[in-house]
Design a protein around this ligand. Structure first.
Ligand code: PLP
Length: 455
């Protein structure tokens, strides 16, 4: 599209430096300006309609234009637009949401710390684990084990937990306190003939060997997304989490479940911890907590962690960590209303029901010549494109074909996410079966366009 002088597009290019964007390419093509949204649809400034099949950034559970969230925010703005939670201050929405999160989350998580973003929440996880081990007089026990392909955010610490090159190359990351172990993606990393279960056993053994090599007294925690999102929607073998948890317990290593994408119904269960029988010491949530209408994330943690930390705050006189907007009243009020909508409308059950249709529909593309693997669970799924189905060879250069498909999908009125050559789907939880069919039809057209281009 030609960028007209003084247009919104030209001013964007001139003034706004974008996250996750090739700045030089942006100068050439300009932005896609999204103007408004309604339900599962968004509209650009030219009036074109798109199905938002990634729910923004895996986040708009209740869809766009939900008036109840607008009203909740407006009411709270009028009553108390801002107050903090430092130094014994509090306010009703943050108290209510903390209580609600503890009551709705898996057993054994009893305390909540609020942040603005998932990255800040994961930075907080690391600081809590360090503070906890200092409190227990175990000053060496500070390392984190994460997985290659994992995504935990982009701040210096969270970006170190992340196991993706794109977030580390050029940034001098990761910091040295992190070790990354094998990504639990059977299609790519299993050995020839290795079953899903044997693969899970091997990864648990690798984790144990890593802990032993580092020294168990130096390893604080293991962190992972139950189903990995930004790494390409990777569903682990069924018993993977049980096996890695056993290893962690053996060496007194905290288990951290990062449910920033998975939480609040995405997999067809309220939390992924239910799906995979994970009993985390710390749980991280964000995104669907407010449907991203307001920035908000939370770290939930066990009473055992709390007790040690609380004692330490008494010894040191304070817990020297917190954000100006921790527990922000408007964000937490919107979170409460959003979770009420998820419950009242049965959106978790809807994710399970409509998700089955998404998975079945995606599976019909498995025989397509460009498709290497179709995967997913509930209302999150992906199609991985390969240069050679038999050898699973990736395209060279990686990402070019995925980007082409992504652009064709947009022409067909469908917004998805291209993660290199993997196309990800994560629509709002309110999506209907008919809308899922439309997502699949539009994707099918984009896939055929791509096939015609590749050949
Ligand atoms: N953790 C996971 C699993 C995520 O998917 C993300 C963001 O996509 C984050 C953490 C970081 O969240 P934020 O972008 O709010 O910092």
């Amino acid at each position: 599209m030609t960028i007209l002088p003084n247009s919104l597009h030209a001013r964007d290019v001139a003034y706004q430096f974008h996250p996750y964007t090739n700045a030089r390419r942006h100068e050439r093509i300009g932005p896609m300006v999204i103007d408004r949204g309604s339900g599962v649809y968004v509209y650009d400034d030219q009036g074109r309609e798109y199905i938002e099949a990634l729910a923004g950034l895996w986040s708009v559970a209740v869809g766009f234009g939900e008036q109840r969230l607008v009203d909740a925010a407006t009411r709270q703005m009028a009553r108390l637009p801002y107050y903090h939670t430092f130094s014994h201050k509090s306010h009703e929405p943050s108290i209510e949401l903390a209580e609600k999160l503890v009551k709705m989350s898996p057993d054994g998580l009893d305390h909540v710390f609020f942040t603005n973003s998932g990255s800040e929440a994961n930075d907080t996880v690391v600081k809590l684990a360090w503070y906890y081990n200092n409190a227990l007089d175990r000053p060496q026990k500070k390392k984190f084990i994460a997985r290659n392909g994992g995504y935990h955010g982009i701040t210096v610490v969270a970006g170190s937990l992340t196991g993706l090159q794109v977030n580390q190359r050029g940034f001098d990351l990761p910091l040295p306190f992190v070790r990354h172990v094998t990504c639990p993606h059977h299609y790519r990393y299993a050995e020839a003939g290795e079953s899903e279960e044997a693969f899970a056993d091997r990864l648990a053994a690798e984790l144990e060997a890593t802990i032993l090599a580092e020294g168990p007294d130096t390893v604080a925690a293991f962190i992972g997304e139950p189903v990995m999102g930004a790494g390409g929607v990777l569903v682990p073998p069924r018993t993977y989490w049980q096996k890695v948890q056993e290893v962690c317990r053996r060496y007194d290593v905290l288990v951290v479940a990062d449910e920033v994408i998975n939480g609040f119904g995405r997999l067809g269960t309220l939390f992924a911890c239910e799906t995979f029988d994970i009993k985390p010491d710390l749980l991280v949530v964000s995104k669907q907590i407010t449907s991203s209408y307001q920035p908000l994330a939370a770290v939930l943690f066990s009473d055992a962690v709390y007790q040690a930390i609380a004692d330490q705050t008494e010894r040191l006189g304070n817990f020297g960590h917190g954000f100006t907007a921790s527990g922000h009243p408007v964000a937490t009020a919107v979170g409460l209303e959003n979770l009420a909508i998820i419950e009242e409308r049965g959106l978790v059950a809807n994710a399970a029901k409509v998700g089955a249709r998404l998975q079945a529909g995606l599976a019909t593309f498995a025989d397509h010549p460009l498709v290497g693997e179709v995967r997913g669970i509930g209302l999150i799924g992906a199609v991985e494109l390969v240069a050679d189905k038999a050898t699973k060879a990736k395209f060279d250069p990686p990402g070019k074909v995925g980007l082409y498909l992504f652009e064709r999908a947009q022409e067909h009125g469908l917004i998805v996410r291209a993660i290199a050559d993997t196309i990800a789907f994560c629509p709002p939880l309110i999506i209907t079966e008919a809308q899922i069919d439309e997502v699949l039809a539009r994707f099918g057209r984009a896939l055929d366009d791509t096939q015609a281009w590749v050949v």
